[in-house]
Design a binder for this molecule. Structure first.
Ligand code: CA
Length: 227
């Protein structure tokens, strides 16, 4: 299922886009301001973002910048007023992939979305899509996983942490590296937060969570993933 995050403060435009995308079988989560959008983005999985530049409070440019700190690949399509070319340039510089001037024709929006998704699908192919270890399985596209106790769905941060540890298999990853890679420059969580995430991974993937074989603590440094 393709999930789109729509950030637009004008209710009529937001509704129009949402209805039409849903008709095309996309799942749409709409946010009316930037702060909320960043929050939702950090907690859920999305395939594409439609981002209005002129938003109350945090602008679309700032939202884009914030998202790019933790996700360099998700396609971002910006919406801008025709009269503000400097905004579009700023947006593209801050990591947007494409833009559309308002007012736009819906068909063009849908075509651009399709194109961005196709491009991103081509890029993602080189990335790790799934991983198996022990009796466990993780699908990095759907966030679905299978462990000793059955099938479950991981949260976005759990997937980010898991991916980081797996990519650095057999190496110790420091708490600082984990914080930067998974939490970026969001509200800095306490190191306890990392420990709690590791506990969740152990609970879901370890045969015996109190004697972990895959998610190993390295005292005073961080964590290590072992196949
Ligand atoms: Ca607006």
């Amino acid at each position: 299922m393709i999930r789109i995050l729509l950030v637009e403060d004008e209710e009529s435009i937001s509704n129009l886009i949402k209805i039409n995308l849903e008709l095309d079988n996309y799942t749409v989560v709409a946010c009316e301001n930037g702060k909320k959008a960043v929050e939702v983005f950090n907690n859920e999985r999305f395939d594409l973002i439609i981002l209005d530049i002129m938003l109350p409070g945090m602008s679309g440019i700032e939202v884009c910048q914030q998202i790019r700190l933790t996700d360099s690949s998700i396609p971002i399509l910006m919406l801008s007023a025709r009269s503000q070319p400097e905004d579009r340039i700023k947006g593209l510089k801050k990591g947007a992939d494409d833009y559309l001037s308002k007012p736009f024709v819906l068909e063009e929006l849908l075509l651009r979305i399709e194109k961005l998704l196709q491009r991103s699908k081509d890029d993602i192919k080189s990335e790790m899509e799934a991983y198996e270890f022990g009796n466990n399985e993780v699908d990095f596209n759907t966030f679905e996983a299978r462990g000793p106790k059955g099938i479950f769905v991981l949260t976005k941060k759990e997937v980010m942490l898991l991916r980081l540890l797996i990519e650095r298999k057999n190496q110790v990853v420091s708490r600082k590296e984990i914080l930067q890679a998974v939490w970026g420059y969001d509200v800095i969580p306490s190191t306890r937060t990392i420990d709690n995430f590791i506990l969740v991974l152990r609970k879901n993937f370890e045969e015996d969570p109190s004697h972990p074989k895959h998610f190993i603590s390295v005292r005073g440094v961080g964590y290590k993933f072992v196949d």
